[in-house]
Design a protein around this ligand. Structure first.
Ligand SMILES: Cc1cc2nc3c(=O)[nH]c(=O)nc-3n(C[C@H](O)[C@H](O)[C@H](O)COP(=O)(O)OP(=O)(O)OC[C@H]3O[C@@H](n4cnc5c(N)ncnc54)[C@H](O)[C@@H]3O)c2cc1C
Ligand SMILES: *[C@@H]1O[C@H](CO)[C@@H](O)[C@H](O)[C@H]1NC(C)=O
Ligand SMILES: *[C@@H]1O[C@H](CO)[C@@H](O)[C@H](O)[C@H]1NC(C)=O
Ligand SMILES: *[C@@H]1O[C@H](CO)[C@@H](O)[C@H](O)[C@H]1NC(C)=O
Ligand SMILES: *[C@@H]1O[C@H](CO)[C@@H](O)[C@H](O)[C@H]1NC(C)=O
Ligand SMILES: *[C@@H]1O[C@H](CO)[C@@H](O)[C@H](O)[C@H]1NC(C)=O
Ligand SMILES: *[C@@H]1O[C@H](CO)[C@@H](O)[C@H](O)[C@H]1NC(C)=O
Ligand SMILES: *[C@@H]1O[C@H](CO)[C@@H](O)[C@H](O)[C@H]1NC(C)=O
Ligand SMILES: *[C@@H]1O[C@H](CO)[C@@H](O)[C@H](O)[C@H]1NC(C)=O
Ligand SMILES: *[C@@H]1O[C@H](CO)[C@@H](O)[C@H](O)[C@H]1NC(C)=O
Length: 552
């Protein structure tokens, strides 16, 4: 491995000096080396000639007519499509594991930073943007989306460019009684989602996506292909919840599938009424949702704003791994205030319920990457560790009623989530967390001028919530990425040691996302990527040594 790597680098080096002889033209790009002007473009042409000479043909450069469309293709948060956002020197779509290795190695010899993109759903656009105008390439895994299910052993290998919907679809086709606990929207990618944990409707029963990873294949900063046994315990631990973008590129995950009944029960009950009424239900929900049997998921969703007569709304969404009768009897008993009737519940297969909660009309749309509406948005998150008093819930709902377009989503924890040890994976939000809150505001293109005001409102609301949520640290979920929590501003080129950066991160987003697991993440990072090749605004910094040669 080491030997062929060195050889490969020499080939790249050699070819890039004779770049003009490479006739690289991926995805319709036509390269004219004589017009190369700034260093980013030059690095891009270096990169593309390296790719071509190593057999990677599917890539696009800024000069290509398809570049903007390809860059846009999986961007979920349209804030990061605005013209002032720095664009990559190239986008490459590896078609195989070896292509992926070559893409990483070519980026490195061309001195380009790497941003890996799977589903493009990063709330802060970290998979396709960079800070401080550092020249970079996007390694987009959209073509690495194969899923192979083995229903006999109830496992699946999924390339990490597959979306949640592509995985669910493949699992559903192979068996009516197997499922996988991941997110509810179908277009998020497994690369990012599993790397950060992956909470979903099955998590109270089967915990996080990351908790159900049995093996993984990772391309590390040196282009080595590692699996669970060769990557070592720290790295295998870190990639299952330590956040995407810090560890290398996860090429594929081996997943443990979980058993579900042939039919599950789903419900969605909306209610509009005076603030006190809605607050009463939400107050009561706090004691119900997190305390139901593991088979039950019941969340609460509250949109901002109010009707002219001051009414507000709440929607309770539920999925129960049991027949309708049992679901109704348990919910009627534990949450009589909801006034559930039999018509509010329906039975369907798990795969149909996955489509239902993704907002799709048929399970056949699950693998369709174009199904979800994109938006301009900003989100934040919190953990609640003790139910909030009725009086305070009333004031919170009142505050919400004054907000711009947005919502809060309350996701029940408890159940199996509380029985996994805090340090088993980097995701620390286990026992003691009653529910999570996800806050969001969103707007459309015509409201661009209001964006700062919307985000400002969100930040004020978040400040308002401080007394009611976890403290020291005020925790947050890494998959609900929020740059307000701090950024990792250390770069190797800035020189010096990274001790200060580690301390800064530990006391800001590191503590919020990972709690006491942060230091083990730093150890894993220092061992596996001491040169900080895989970095972004909220990656884990290594404890690097001055003058360290990180090269290979
Ligand atoms: C509409 C929507 C619904 C969501 N629903 C849920 C939900 O139900 N549950 C939940 O837990 N989260 C949910 N999320 C959050 C989601 O888990 C994160 O945004 C996640 O990072 C998305 O993964 P991605 O591959 O789509 O993102 P990307 O933007 O492609 O990547 C996110 C981060 O991971 C890195 N990364 C991507 N691929 C790889 C890889 N193969 N190897 C290493 N690093 C990689 C990127 O560089 C980036 O830093 C949702 C997000 C959105 C926008
Ligand atoms: C390449 O650039 C040169 C110099 O600007 C120009 O004369 C030539 O027409 C360009 N070729 C193509 C194919 O764009
Ligand atoms: C192109 O690659 C060569 C060697 O691989 C390197 O020395 C040179 O700096 C690179 N040029 C740019 C602009 O990145
Ligand atoms: C990319 O998306 C933005 C936002 O929707 C849009 O304004 C822009 O025209 C898109 N560009 C391309 C090339 O699709
Ligand atoms: C880009 O512009 C938008 C609105 O004009 C602004 O809110 C945002 O902060 C800018 N982003 C950057 C990276 O400058
Ligand atoms: C390149 O990759 C994209 C994204 O997966 C795909 O749509 C396209 O068909 C690929 N092009 C080629 C020539 O393989
Ligand atoms: C507001 O709520 C009250 C009580 O639930 C209801 O009678 C009324 O119709 C609601 N108004 C609107 C506009 O929804
Ligand atoms: C709910 O429980 C109450 C009290 O036990 C009972 O009267 C009612 O019929 C139940 N409702 C349903 C829909 O089962
Ligand atoms: C599942 O539910 C559907 C719709 O109610 C029903 O037609 C079907 O018979 C049920 N299947 C099983 C196995 O219970
Ligand atoms: C990094 O951020 C910290 C905290 O905001 C700040 O004190 C420090 O000066 C920053 N360092 C650099 C190099 O920008």
């Amino acid at each position: 491995m080491q030997q062929s790597l060195a050889f490969l680098l020499q080939v790249c080096l050699l070819l890039s000096f004779h770049g003009n002889t490479c006739s690289g033209a991926g995805a319709g790009a036509s390269i004219n080396f004589s017009i190369v002007a700034d260093s980013s473009l030059a690095a891009g042409s270096n990169f593309s000639s390296c790719l071509v000479s190593n057999g990677v043909s599917n890539f696009s450069l800024p000069a290509s007519p398809s570049y903007a469309t390809l860059l846009n293709s999986s961007v979920f948060n349209l804030r990061f499509t605005l013209p002032n956002v720095t664009r990559p020197a190239a986008i490459v779509f590896p078609g195989s594991r070896d292509d992926l290795r070559q893409a990483v190695l070519c980026a490195r010899v061309s001195s380009l930073a790497i941003r890996t993109r799977s589903g493009g759903h990063s709330y802060e656009g970290l998979s396709y943007t960079t800070e401080n105008h550092v020249p970079f390439v996007v390694v987009d895994l959209a073509s690495l989306n194969r899923v192979r299910v083995d229903s006999g052993s109830a496992t699946a290998w999924a390339e990490s460019g597959a979306t949640v919907g592509e995985l669910y679809y493949a699992v559903g086709r192979s068996s009516g009684s197997l499922a996988f606990p991941a997110g509810s929207e179908s277009t998020a990618g497994l690369g990012g989602l599993v790397s950060g944990g992956g909470f979903g409707l099955l998590s109270r029963k089967f915990t996080l996506a990351a908790d159900n990873v049995l093996d993984a294949v990772v391309v590390d900063p040196r282009g080595q292909v590692l699996d669970r046994s060769s990557m070592g315990d720290d790295l295998f631990w870190a990639i299952r919840g330590g956040g995407g973008g810090s560890w290398g590129v996860v090429y594929a995950w081996k997943l443990r599938l979980v058993p579900v009944p042939l039919n599950v029960t789903v419900l969605q009950v909306g209610l509009t009424g005076p603030i006190e009424l809605v607050a009463g239900l939400v107050h009561r929900w706090q004691y119900v949702g997190p305390d139901l049997p593991d088979e039950f998921y019941l969340s609460a969703y509250l949109p901002t704003g109010s009707t002219d007569d001051g009414n507000v709304s709440v929607t309770f969404q539920g999925q129960v791994l049991a027949a309708k009768e049992r679901a109704l009897s348990v919910l009627n008993q534990s949450f009589p205030e909801l006034g559930l009737a039999e018509v509010d519940l329906s039975e369907m297969s798990w795969i149909e319920s996955a489509a239902y909660f993704a907002g799709l009309s048929t399970a056949d749309d699950l693998p369709n990457r174009g199904m979800q509406a994109k938006q301009y948005s900003k989100a934040k998150s919190d953990y609640v560790q003790a139910p909030i008093s009725m009086r305070d819930v009333v004031e919170i709902v009142r505050y919400l009623s004054t907000g711009p377009t947005g919502s809060i989503q309350l996701d029940p924890y408890g159940g199996a989530m509380a029985r996994v040890g805090r340090s088993e994976t980097p995701f620390p939000h286990r026992a003691g967390n009653v529910y999570s809150i996800q806050y969001g505001v969103n707007w459309d293109r015509s409201q661009e001028a209001l964006a700062e005001e919307y985000i400002g409102w969100l930040r004020s609301f978040y400040m308002y919530m401080a007394p009611y949520v976890s403290k020291d640290p005020r925790a947050a979920y890494v998959n609900y990425l929020d740059l307000d929590l701090g950024v990792n501003n250390w770069t190797r080129t800035a020189g010096g040691s990274s001790v200060g950066a580690v301390a800064h991160v530990r006391s800001s987003f590191g503590a919020a996302y990972f709690g006491n697991n942060f230091d083990r993440l730093v150890r894993a990072k220092t061992k596996n990527d001491p040169g900080n090749v895989f970095n972004n605004a909220q990656s884990i910094p290594p404890l690097a040594v001055i003058g360290l040669d990180n090269s290979m």
